[in-house]
Ligand binder design. Structure first.
Ligand code: HAM
Length: 427
């Protein structure tokens, strides 16, 4: 029986990897230009970390964690990156060494959700976390950076939603107001939402159930209940975004599925059809209370994470780049070792090259070169060795020349640098 990958977890095969690597390179470059340094944390953390940071009464913690029990430890595959980065920030006392830490990460996350297009059980996130900067300018700069990055990548039809959840006082006020609004409508709510009425009414705003969505229509807006400090902060964010020319919409219903958020909250969506119903490309916000909650000092924080699969779905398909490889094709015994030497020389000069080690006729070797998508095939047999030359076949131009052995690397480099003739990639 053929073994399959775990439901909702995908292999990324060599044919697809080019697009992934290109996106990862843009992400790393964007973050590094803006002063973020990479951090790598374990994919497994104590369950307790996620319960304390993401919140006990959230879908992620209640239903979606992959839990591992080992001896007396209760662990979970990380459903997101923020909690682990915050834990590492506290444990390493990074705060004692730098007033502001700008960190980024890239890696797989795990959530036992119902898989569909754009939603998987193992998915890849890239994200950043900033510690130590409470100001609204920091929030606006991050949102602006992301909007620009997605536009430059070529993602179309972006929608930038921003909201504020305020601090603890605003949240408490809003919880009461929302509870008072929804309690008389309890009978109209789904059973799940009814349970949330007491423990976490904000989550009802996030419900995908049409019954709940109808019930929350007309609910009070959190923006009307912000304390003066929270309001001033939010105005600082929206004013800075306007000044930067970043398009955005204020969306008072935006709550997002994690309980750690305070003040600024944002999400960037695309309305393009390519990614199906999972239209959120990235989400983030402030979480000023988490570092203290995890045993660190009172340090404010903000961050975001982006789903790589979703961004790849939203990006235009690009033609694979022409393949600048060499295939070295030996004919006969004497040429075998010489082919290995040539391939080694080419690689030493930074030119991608592989030598055939299986043997065969010229026709079969050319077919192999073709199968690899190589641009150049370097053919040598007893005759070429005797004359101190190599036959260099440009498979894209369908031309061949004899090149003295000593000039081989230079000539190969020249040909690879020249554009292949019109009519497509190397044939
Ligand atoms: P999140 O909104 O849960 O936030 O996830 C961020 C992004 O990860 C989503 O917008 C989406 O693109 C992608 N994503 C989430 N779940 C899946 C899934 N099952 N399949 C595919 N893609 C998915 C966070 O994770 C927060 N840690 C973001 C953050 C960082 N907030 C502050 N700092």
């Amino acid at each position: 029986m053929t073994l399959r990958a775990v439901k909702g977890m995908n292999d990324i095969l060599p044919d697809e990897i080019g697009r992934w690597q290109a996106l990862e390179a843009v992400l790393r470059r964007t973050f590094e230009l803006a002063g973020y340094r990479e951090i790598r944390t374990p994919v497994v953390e104590p369950i307790e970390l996620f319960v304390r940071s993401i919140g006990e009464a959230t879908e992620i913690v209640e239903k979606q964690m992959f839990v591992l029990k080992r001896e007396d430890e209760s662990l979970a595959l990380r459903p997101e990156g923020t909690a682990g980065v915050a834990r590492a920030y506290v444990a390493s006392t990074l705060y004692a060494r730098e007033p502001v830490s700008r960190l980024y990460y890239l890696g797989p996350m795990f959530r036992a959700e119902r898989p569909q297009r754009g939603r998987y059980r193992q998915f890849w996130q890239a994200g950043v976390e900033i510690y130590g900067d409470p100001g609204p300018g920091c929030d606006a700069e991050l949102i602006d950076l992301l909007v620009r990055m997605l536009s430059e990548l070529g993602v179309q039809n972006l929608r930038v939603l921003v909201n504020s959840l305020g601090g603890a006082e605003t949240r408490a006020r809003y919880r009461d107001a929302l509870g008072a609004f929804l309690r008389p409508k309890a009978a109209e709510l789904s059973e799940h939402a009814r349970r949330r009425l007491d423990d976490n009414p904000l989550r009802i705003l996030d419900s995908k159930n049409p019954q709940d969505q109808a019930a929350v229509a007309g609910a009070p807006s959190i923006l009307e209940l912000l304390t003066p400090e929270d309001r001033a902060h939010f105005e600082g964010v929206t004013q800075a975004l306007t000044a930067l020319g970043t398009p955005f919409e204020v969306s008072p219903g935006l709550v997002r599925g994690l309980d750690y958020y305070t003040r600024t909250l944002f999400e960037i969506q695309t309305s393009g059809a390519e990614i199906g119903s999972q239209n959120a490309l990235l989400g983030g916000g402030r979480y000023d209370a988490m570092v203290k909650e995890l045993g660190g000092p009172d340090v404010p924080a903000i961050g975001f994470a982006l789903g790589l699969e979703r961004v790849l779905l939203a990006l235009p398909q690009t033609e694979p780049a022409a393949n600048a490889r060499c295939f070295v094709a030996p004919l006969g015994e004497r040429a075998r070792v010489e082919a290995l030497v040539i391939a080694r020389e080419l690689r030493g000069a930074g030119i991608p090259a592989e030598a055939d080690t299986r043997g065969g006729s010229l026709k079969s070797l050319l077919r192999r070169a073709d199968g690899l998508g190589a641009r150049l095939c370097l053919v040598l047999g007893d005759d070429e060795i005797g004359r101190g030359i190599v036959m260099l076949k440009d498979l894209a131009a369908r031309a061949q020349i004899e090149v003295p052995r000593a000039e081989l690397v230079a000539r190969a480099r020249e040909l690879l640098a020249s554009a292949p003739p019109a009519g497509g990639p190397a044939a």
